[in-house]
Design a protein around this ligand. Sequence first.
Ligand SMILES: [Zn+2]
Length: 478
Amino acid sequence: MGRDPARHVDEADAVVDLDGALVTAAFVDAHVHATSTGLALEGLDLTGATDLADCLRRVEAAGRRARGGVLLGHGWDETGWPEHRPPTRQELDRASYGGVVYLSRVDVHSAVVSSALLATVPEVRGEAGWSESGHLTRDAHHVVRRVARESITPGHRRALQRATLRRAAALGIGSVHEMAGPDISSAEDLSALLALAGEESGPDVVAYWGEMGEAGVARASELGAAGAAGDLFADGSIGSHTAALRQPYADADHAGHAYLNAAQVRDHVLACTRVGLQAGFHAIGDGALDAVTAGLAEAADRVGDEALRAARHRVEHVEMVSPEAIRTLARLGVVASVQPAFDRLWGGADGMYAERLGARRAVTLNPYAALSAAGVVLALGSDSPVTPIDPWGAVRAAVEHRTPGSGLDLAAAFAAHTRGGWQAARDDAAGVLAAGAPATFAVWARSGTAGGLLPEPDEGTPDCLHTVVRGAPVHTSD
Ligand SMILES: [Zn+2]
C-alpha cells in the first residue's frame, strides 16, 4: 500500500482501512492433493506419532470413532521411531479389531494395510511391491490405494476438498495446483474438485493430470487440466527407497526403480507440446532426473528448444539434480516445482536423506540456489499431505536451507512461492502487486510494518487477515 489512498478512492467499490497491515501477493501452492489433504486435516493423522505403540494407540482410538467404517490414516514415519519399522498388518488387525485399515506413509509412496482390506483384493498378492507384512509399495500399493479411495463417498469427498481449499485460503493462498492422476486419485475426484472450485468462492484450482502418452493427453484435455503432468511418476521417493538413483542407496543393496526411460519421456513431451499442454513428471532421484532431462533434450532435438520453452513443461520435486540436468532444465525453460519442507524435515548431513544416501550425496539435494542461478523458474509448494500446507514455513525453509549455500534469499523465496507459482501455470501477469495485475493478494497482521517489507523468517508466521482472489474475498479472519 503506502500510496495515498485518496487518489484511488473514486474508483473503489469499498475502502478498507488496513491499519498498517502488510499486503502481499497471495501465495500459490504448486503441488497439493486436495482430497488426501482433507483426510489428513479431518481424519486419522499419524504425522505426530512418536513411536510404533503411539501409532497403534491412535489407530485404535480412531477405529472406535469410525465404528466399523473404513479407517484411512496418513503420515506415519518409522525413521524417527525407536522400532524403525511400520506396524505389521497383524498389529493393525488387533488395533482395529479386524477392521479395514489403510495407512499411508508420510511420503505417500507406500502404505500398511490390514488383513480385512487385503481380503477384498486377493489379487494384490501377485503384484510388485507385495509383502506378507502388509507394508506395500509400488504396484501392490496402487491396488490398495484404489480400494481406500473408492471407500470415500462423493459427499464425504466434497467435504474433504472443501476443508483443504478453506485451509489454503486461510493461509493466504490464492491458487493451488492439484496433482491428480489415475493412480493417485481419479478422474471423478478431479472433476469434483474443479466443480467445487467453480461453485464456491476459494483459491483458484489449476489441475494437472498425471497420465502418460496420447491417452493421458486426451484425458487431461477432457478434464480441463493445464497439463498431462504433475505426479506422473519417473520414480518414487527416497524415504521408501523407490527414488531411482545413479548409484545404490547407502542403506539398501539397490538403486531404486525408474518407472520411465528417456524415450517414454520424449514421446510424452512431444505429445503434450503438439497440443499446447504442459508436460511434467515427478522425479526425485538423480537417475530419474537423468531420464527426464534426456527425454526433454531428445524432444527438443525434434521440435526445437523454442517449442519446448513455449509449452513451459515442469518437473515436480527435482531433489537430486545434477549440474548437467540443471543446465538442461534452464535451457528448455522447464519449471522446478519444489517443496522446501522436504529439506527441513529430511535434509542436511544427518537427516533421513543422509541415512538413505550417505552425507556426501545428501548435502547436494534440493540445490535451490544453483537452480535459481541457472535461470530455472522455481515454484514452491507443500505436496500436502506429505507436508502440511504452510506457505510461510516453506519460505522460511527455503531461506534456512539445511545445507549452507543451497537456499534462497528471502525476496527470491517469496517470489518463488507467489509469482513462480503463476509462472508454473503459464500465467506471467499474476503474482505481483501492480496496477493492471489481477487483484489477488493477502493481508497479514503485522505490527510496525514499513514499506511492505516481508517478515524475516525468525519473526514467525503472521496471521492472515484477508485473502482476495481477482477482487473477490475468499478468506476473512474473525
Ligand atoms: Zn504429489
